[in-house]
Write a protein that binds this ligand. Structure first.
Ligand SMILES: Nc1nc2c(ncn2[C@@H]2O[C@H](COP(=O)(O)OP(=O)(O)OP(=O)(O)O)[C@@H](O)[C@H]2O)c(=O)[nH]1
Length: 328
């Protein structure tokens, strides 16, 4: 290189918005640019000549040391992913971040340095970039995605799973039950005389009632595989994987009883004068070929039988076989 270009190269190294560190074969620091001084608080005159891993003992035994060793002994380059190695170097964006112990998130590249004339032995270049902004943006995007996912699959009023989530879950669970030869039960739950409740107490109180009932039902579902969903209006569905008809009936009784315990007054709610529910129960038996639609139809049929028989009760049914005995 022409000697007149050396000062230019030096100014570039000092001006660049990235950390540049070079260590020799004994891992001693031979180059430490201004960015490193600014973001570590360690000036070049202190860093130069020191063993990098004595200056920053916390790097010992980690991925940075492994990458430097690979570069110096085997001439391998490494990229340390910011996802796996968020902040190995004690680097801070500004003094306030030091006070908060809030390290900058880092992308690190470790490269063996080849000298054109073969002189100088093994050296290793470590480049560090601040990816805090990108990481913060990524976190925000992840949070927004999660929020959207929640909004897409949960009911805006009650917070329980919505119809879209139910449709996906029942499809998945029917397939799983058929694959494993297991059972699957479904409860359809409908609040009795809800139209007169709305008409008499008002729509807002009706909303409140839906929230109370769904929260009470949800609180009784202990297993993570069970799902309560708002099927529509004042109708809820409960998917109970691996539950046989007896277990499903017991769960229906527990849920029915819990709504009675809420003792929500309903002047036009039948003889009980409180909010009650009717429940239809259906079970997909082991080895039976049935579709989600057949299981829902059976539970719905049982629910309407419960309504016809006077409401505030539970009726069980078995699902219809799919035509031809084959699921689609
Ligand atoms: N407040 C409120 N009411 C709702 C909501 N969704 C549906 N409804 C009401 O729920 C009522 C359902 O009435 P119906 O389907 O006639 O049933 P019901 O009066 O409960 O009669 P049975 O089911 O036969 O006992 C209607 O008045 C709807 O307006 C909601 O999100 N909030």
């Amino acid at each position: 290189m022409h000697p007149s270009r050396l000062p230019l190269l030096e100014s570039v190294l000092e001006a660049v918005s990235a950390g540049i560190v070079v260590v020799d074969q004994d891992r001693r620091i031979v180059l430490w640019n201004k960015w490193m001084s600014r973001h570590t608080g360690c000036a070049a005159h202190k860093a130069l000549g020191m063993d990098l891993f004595e200056l920053m003992p916390e790097l010992r035994g980690g991925r940075v040391e492994a990458a430097v060793t690979q570069a110096l002994t085997n001439h391998f380059s490494s990229l340390l992913s910011p996802t796996l190695n968020r902040a190995p170097f004690p680097l801070y964006s500004n003094p306030a971040a030091i006070a908060r112990s809030d390290r900058m998130q880092q992308a690190i590249a470790v490269t063996p340095l080849a000298f054109p004339d073969g002189q100088g032995g093994s050296h290793c270049l470590i480049q560090l970039n601040d990816v805090s902004m990108a990481a913060a943006r990524e976190k925000l995007l992840r949070e927004q995605t999660e929020l959207l996912r929640m909004q897409t699959f949960s009911d805006g009023l009650t917070g329980v799973a919505n119809r879209r989530a139910f449709d996906a879950a029942i499809d998945r669970e029917v397939r799983r039950a058929k694959r494993n030869g297991g059972m699957l039960s479904l409860l359809m739950i409908d609040i009795d005389h809800f139209k007169p409740y709305n008409d008499h107490y008002g729509h807002q109180k009706g909303d409140w009632c839906l929230i109370q009932v769904s929260a009470a039902l949800q609180a009784l579902l202990q297993r993570s595989v069970d799902m309560l969903a708002r099927y529509g209006g004042e109708e809820f569905a409960v998917i109970l994987p691996d539950n046989d008809p007896r277990q499903a009936l017991r769960m229906a009784e527990t849920l029915h009883e819990r709504v009675l315990q809420l003792a929500i007054p309903h002047e036009y709610g039948g003889p009980e004068q409180q909010v009650t529910v009717s429940i239809g129960v259906a079970t997909l038996q082991a080895g039976q070929t049935a579709t989600p639609a057949a299981l829902i139809g059976a539970a719905d049929g049982a629910l309407y039988a419960a309504k016809r028989q006077g409401r505030n009760r539970i009726v069980s049914a078995l699902p219809e076989q799919a035509p031809g005995g084959q699921a689609p």
